[in-house]
Design a binder for this molecule. Structure first.
Ligand code: PMP
Length: 423
């Protein structure tokens, strides 16, 4: 199945990096989960548009009109990519973190929030001003559903509630039972937001099929690295909320009161939460990435990526010192994201050696998911650096891990080099 298709062309595929041993090697970018390289097609689309760049919703000139059209059409492309409902809104944000903070700021009064401790900090932390229930890490997908059902059964069924779930873990790559969690939430009158930061680049996401109320993802993980993200979903809570940012673009009419204050009538469309000049390149590049992935076909992309996942798993399984981290078991379905520790090695030193000796770029550390990494490694990973790696002496047990991640642009050779290097 490796021959299902060639990798999609991405930027940086010919970049040479120096090795500590002398000489150079083609860089093997195996850190897609942090930021994926831009698709060549996204880059070409942006370059073709760049001369026509103009302000969005803020000019009468031809190029402003063109940019406004591209920006508004990008919403439609994203809505189609996510298979949104007719009435859903697509809000352009800076990132997944921004999207989830936006939703957190738009929660109705007294909203209860339910979230697993295994979430990325972007999904775990924005709700801290609400009534949050943090759920224990499940060890099977079924247990996740059971844990959520029990927590929801105890809540006041009349008040608003939100469940925040991840589609694919940024640490283990494991897929979460999103549809089942959404059904459980809805059965108890709660709504669901899906953190699709690690799911959308690897898997088709259908808001309708999954039955989620909102989806958040980041452009830079979806091969469109221009500082943009998306929050898509139900309009009612977003419309009822104060704008996330106050400013031009969000306001429909602003008037001076006789007492000297200012009155404002906010837009009800997505623009309500997009104050300030929009990032049209960011939105356009996300739309271009959505189209490219759709045209390449997720069936083909998933088949190819799963071949690479198998290669990494088989390769690592043959190395006794390596322990792959998983919540749901070694055979659980996952996207192209795997974390592991190597006995006798400090993970940071190991990752540094992969870079210096083999030109392989992976990630080491705690992956902005401290409670999850703590559960997986069975220890306190310490507190140094928000997403960074606590120091351990050489030979000490690792309290951080190494993550390898890949996707649509990864050639087989990168994965083969990685497996050889670890071995
Ligand atoms: N959620 C998950 C699952 C992630 O992996 C990440 C990024 N590592 C985020 C949220 C946050 O994304 P961003 O940094 O683009 O806001």
């Amino acid at each position: 199945d490796q021959s299902v298709c060639a990798p999609l062309p991405v930027l940086g595929r010919d970049v040479s990096v120096p090795l500590v041993t002398g000489g150079t090697v083609t860089y093997a970018a195996l850190d897609y989960a942090a930021s994926a390289p831009a698709l060549q097609r996204v880059w070409d689309d942006v370059a073709a548009y760049a001369p026509y760049y103009g302000s969005v919703h803020r000019g009468a000139g031809y190029l402003s009109q063109l940019s406004t059209d591209l920006f508004e059409n990008a919403r439609k492309t994203v809505a189609a990519f996510l298979d949104c409902r007719e009435e859903d809104q697509v809000v352009f944000t800076r990132s997944t973190t921004d999207s989830l903070n936006l939703l957190a700021a738009a929660l109705p009064a007294d909203c209860q929030v339910f979230v697993f401790e295994t979430e990325h900090h972007a999904s775990l932390l924005p709700w801290r001003d609400a009534r949050v229930t943090v759920l224990d890490a499940p060890r099977t997908p079924q247990q996740a559903v059971g844990t959520l059902e029990r927590a929801l059964a105890d809540r006041d069924p009349h008040g608003p509630a939100l469940v925040c779930v991840t589609g694919a873990s940024n640490v283990t790559g494991e897929l979460w039972p999103v549809r089942e969690l959404a059904e459980a939430a809805h059965a108890h009158g709660a709504r669901v937001v899906l953190d699709a930061a690690q799911l959308a680049p690897h898997h088709p996401v259908s808001v309708r099929d999954l039955g989620v109320d909102w989806v958040a993802f980041s452009g830079h993980k979806l091969y469109a690295p221009f500082g943009s993200g998306v929050l898509a979903g139900r309009a009612d809570w977003l419309r009822a909320a104060e704008p996330y940012l106050a400013g031009g673009g969000a306001s429909r009419r602003v008037t001076r009161r006789t007492d000297g204050g200012v009155d404002v009538d906010w837009h009800e469309s997505a623009a309500r939460h997009e104050a300030g000049s929009p990032n049209v390149i960011g939105a356009y590049s996300i739309a271009s990435a959505c189209k490219s992935l759709t045209e390449a076909g997720f069936d083909t992309l998933v088949a190819r990526e799963q071949y690479l996942v198998r290669r990494v798993r088989e390769g690592l399984a043959g190395i006794p010192e390596v322990k792959v981290l998983s919540l749901f078991g070694d055979d659980a379905p996952r996207v192209g994201v795997l974390s592991f520790v190597v006995e006798g090695w400090n993970s940071s030193h190991f990752a540094a050696a992969l870079s210096a000796e083999y030109g392989i770029g992976v990630r080491d550390g705690l992956f902005c998911a401290h409670p999850l990494v703590r559960t997986l490694l069975g220890g306190d990973p310490g507190t140094q650096g928000e997403c960074g790696a606590p120091e351990a002496a050489p030979g000490e047990r690792s309290l951080n891990a190494i993550r390898v991640s890949f996707g649509a642009g990864t050639p087989d050779e990168h994965v083969e080099r990685f497996v050889r290097a670890v071995g």
